[in-house]
Design a protein around this ligand. Structure first.
Ligand code: UMA
Length: 444
């Protein structure tokens, strides 16, 4: 793993880069850092913590990279980046924070990926394991980098990690006890050639896993690993998790066993039932009891920025789904919310489009929305696929968008911020976008 003559260069000084620096430092491994941003987010934190470590910002420093035997790449930087590709060609090893984590961890890991829902399922599985008494740590793409979890919690006996395709690109030796790809729809098409390449990267999570959990309704998630459990929104076969109808009521079910009426779940919508079923499948294969897991499902109120209810005003309900950063996520949010409300939806969407094809939004927008307010760089691209179906308007700021949405809404409607885009053109990140939206809506 770490040879005596190794010199590491950490690329990127976001939360990941900082976690890698802490880890390498705590192991006495020599390293330096470079970031193409002039003023990366953690520069002063880093310089205070590691005054003696060399850091070059404003470019990916070639002379520094040339000295590296190992390059620890942050998820936000692609391997195809010329400065990195050149180093790989020279023979430098390219690895990510999750690879460093994989080399060091010696307790079970549950690894969760997919285009959408992975934060919710990761959180649910973590809550279930905690309820069963595990000293479980939950993180990864969800927020706290895997290495920080490891360094700060030496007594953890289980890690539940949300992994992004970016992280999986540079992960080679992770051996999850259980791994899942929850679903695959197009995302990050500015980084991958096509859906097949994106799928291939996602499937790296299965590489050395013992047990796979697959979505029977999404063939792109399937794998040939023999130890496999399916979840589905159809009625489940033996050893599968699914939805079952009995006497007019719908239940989460395992094989022919009804587990819990969906009426007992605080959250609704098909995409959420799929999350609950995936979590049950993972927990069950891990050995958790149904009783404990169902208790968690009955109290879980959802994550912030994920179809999060903000308030009701003049008969209109406002929801924040800022985490809807791709087409599939926004599609699911519109369907989930739209199918359950008496009125129609006013959608606020747009941002950084990541080369996405927005056309799959047209049918759900037509079915469930009354009006769409568009923001950000992708506003025109979005308008092109939906303005034939519903009235659209354009807003330069979030204040403006909220104002327009408020004017378009009628009694019993709901306003949904679900951008189908990244936030970086107008905000620091999706949390910032959601918080700004909530602030404006609360002051209405
Ligand atoms: N950047 C540069 N130059 C550099 C390094 C980074 O311009 O030298 C840019 C990147 O292009 C990116 C931004 O800086 O736009 C942040 O990149 P980073 O790799 O430093 O990111 P971190 O702050 O370390 O956060 C990362 C994840 N971010 C990304 O993958 C872009 C976070 O996921 C994750 O929570 C965190 O590690 C802990 O694991 C965020 C995300 O957007 C939520 N993930 C994508 C998604 O979910 O779709 C994959």
């Amino acid at each position: 793993m770490h040879g005596h003559s190794d010199f590491y260069v950490v690329v990127g000084l976001g939360v990941t880069g900082l976690s890698c620096a802490r880890y390498l430092h705590s192991h006495g491994i020599p390293f330096a850092v470079t970031d193409s941003r002039i003023d990366p987010p953690n520069l002063s934190t880093f310089q205070n913590a590691f005054p003696d470590v060399q850091v070059v910002t404003g470019k990916l420093d070639k002379s520094l990279l040339n000295r590296a035997t190992k390059i620890v790449l942050s998820p936000g930087v692609a391997r195809q980046e010329p400065a990195i590709a050149e180093q790989a060609k020279r023979g430098a090893a390219i690895l990510g924070d999750v690879e460093l984590f994989a080399q060091a961890v010696n307790v079970p890991v549950i690894a969760i990926t997919g285009t959408n829902a992975k934060s919710t399922v990761t959180t649910l599985v973590g809550e279930m394991a905690k309820a069963a008494g595990y000293a479980v740590q939950v993180g990864g793409n969800l927020g706290v980098p895997a290495l920080d979890l490891l360094v700060k919690n030496p007594n953890a006996n289980l890690f539940v990690l949300e992994l992004s395709s970016f992280q999986l690109e540079t992960t080679y030796s992770l051996k999850p006890l259980i791994a899942t790809v929850l679903n695959i729809t197009p995302d990050h098409m500015d980084r991958y050639h096509d859906l097949a390449e994106y799928q291939q990267v996602k499937h790296r999570v299965y590489q050395h896993c013992q047990i796979a959990i697959c979505n029977k309704d999404d063939a792109l998630t399937d794998t040939s690993i023999p130890q496999k459990t399916y979840f589905t929104l159809q009625s489940p076969k033996e050893n599968e998790f699914g939805l079952m109808s009995k006497e007019g009521e719908t239940y989460l079910a395992y094989g022919n066993q009804c587990l819990l009426s969906i009426k007992s779940l605080p959250l609704m919508g098909k995409h959420y039932y799929a999350n609950a079923l995936a979590s049950l499948a993972i927990g069950h294969r891990f050995g958790l009891s149904f009783e404990l897991m169902l208790k968690v499902l009955q109290t879980f109120k959802g994550l912030p920025h994920r179809c999060q209810f903000i308030r009701e005003r003049n008969g209109v309900r406002w929801y924040n789904d800022s985490k809807g950063t791709n087409v599939g996520a926004t599609q699911a949010a519109i369907e989930g919310l739209g199918s359950g409300i008496p009125g129609k939806l006013i959608l606020i969407a747009g941002g950084l489009g990541k080369n996405a094809d927005f056309s799959p939004l047209a049918p759900v927008v037509e079915k469930y929305t009354r009006h769409v307010v568009l923001i950000g760089q992708a506003a025109n691209d979005l308008a092109a696929v939906i303005d034939k179906h519903v009235p659209v308007s354009f807003a330069a700021t979030m204040e403006d968008a909220v104002q327009q949405a408020s004017e378009a809404a009628q009694q019993n409607d709901s306003v949904l911020l679900s951008p189908a885009c990244a936030s970086y053109d107008m905000f620091k990140n999706f949390e910032h976008r959601g918080d700004v939206f909530i602030g404006i809506v609360e002051r209405l």
